[in-house]
Write a protein that binds this ligand. Structure first.
Ligand code: ZN
Length: 323
């Protein structure tokens, strides 16, 4: 805590330390060349989170940009996207719970510990004083923050009765609230137009869990978040009107967006034949599905084949445009 009684200084120091831990973790990844989702998540939870979570039971309801930056950087590295990628995209695909949820759970754990401490302990007396200060004078303090968490998750009685708060109930309720906010945040981002159609649930995506090369994983992420440098995206850099961002690689006169790239552009017919052959074998009613349903199914059922298609087609596109 600094001279202004805020936690800014402490969280800046903690986030810098967490950033260094993350750097060490990323170096391990680079050294090993590939790392599974589970290993990466385990390392993050054991090397980076404990640093960020230090004493979060005290300030857990606050948000600090420096801490959020570490969290986002860790996810961006794994999904293989740049810092200007739409945040709800990569956050939703990774499926990690937010810093805020972890910290609020830490506060609830501390509350439970204090409730179960005997009344003759000094820490318990201070705790009861804290509750009383909030109840009688409406002071904003630790108790008021725990009360707010209880109200948010429908467990206000636990605060009123000074009883144990069930951690699983809190976790599930906070997660549901967070998922709803995340879904809303995807709504107004034009880059996430396709993403919205293929993703409705906050959970880790299969293509990130499979042993797919880092480059292919990155291309698949870019495709999902609308940042694969197709003309629909590169046109934004030069303020080209959306309807003018036509594909120059075929004669179809269609906007070169993700769906055109995967399903229509005649430039990649050979690659597509292979992908469709596999899709017809494993996805029922393949030919009757809409483009976005097809893309959704490919990510769910055939992420490896889709990764191969996107890599080969994107390389062909690059060779054609730049040679
Ligand atoms: Zn085309």
């Amino acid at each position: 805590m600094d001279e202004f009684l805020t936690y800014k200084k402490a969280t800046e120091i903690l986030s810098a330390a967490a950033g260094r831990s993350l750097g060490g973790m990323i170096n391990k990844y680079k050294y090993l060349k590939e790392m599974s989702y589970n290993t990466y998540t385990k390392l993050y939870e054991n090397l980076v989170c404990p640093v960020m979570d230090y004493s979060s039971a005290i300030w857990g309801t606050k948000t600090f940009n420096c801490m959020e930056d570490v969290h986002k950087r860790a996810i961006r590295f794994f999904t293989g996207v740049h810092r200007l990628s739409p945040i709800p995209g990569y956050i939703g695909d990774m499926g990690w719970i937010s810093n805020g949820i972890r910290w609020k759970l830490d506060m609830v754990r501390l509350w439970n510990r204090l409730i179960n401490t005997t009344n003759d302990r000094l820490v318990k007396k201070t705790f009861l004083y804290d509750i009383n200060a909030h109840v009688s004078s409406n002071k904003s303090n630790f108790s008021s923050q725990v009360k707010q968490i209880c109200c948010d998750v429908g467990l206000k009685d636990c605060f009123t009765n000074k009883s144990n708060i069930d951690l699983t109930t809190v976790r599930n309720a906070l997660f549901n609230n967070y998922s709803r906010e995340w879904l809303n945040s995807t709504r107004n981002m034009s880059k996430l137009e396709v993403y919205r159609d293929i993703k409705t649930e906050f959970r880790v995506e299969k293509y990130l869990q499979l042993n797919i090369s880092k480059y292919e994983k990155s291309l698949l992420s870019q495709l999902r978040y609308g940042i694969l440098p197709l003309r629909i995206e590169t046109g934004r850099y030069v303020n080209e009107k959306r309807e003018d961002r036509i594909c120059t690689l075929c004669n179809m006169n269609q906007i070169e967006d993700q769906l055109h790239f995967v399903f229509h552009c005649t430039m990649y017919n050979d690659n597509r034949d292979e992908l469709y052959r596999k899709a017809r074998m494993s996805i029922p009613m393949w030919d009757n599905l809409s483009d976005s349903d097809k893309l959704c199914k490919l990510f769910e059922e055939l992420p490896r084949n889709l990764g191969k298609y996107v890599k080969n087609s994107f390389m062909l596109r690059r060779r054609t445009i730049f040679n």
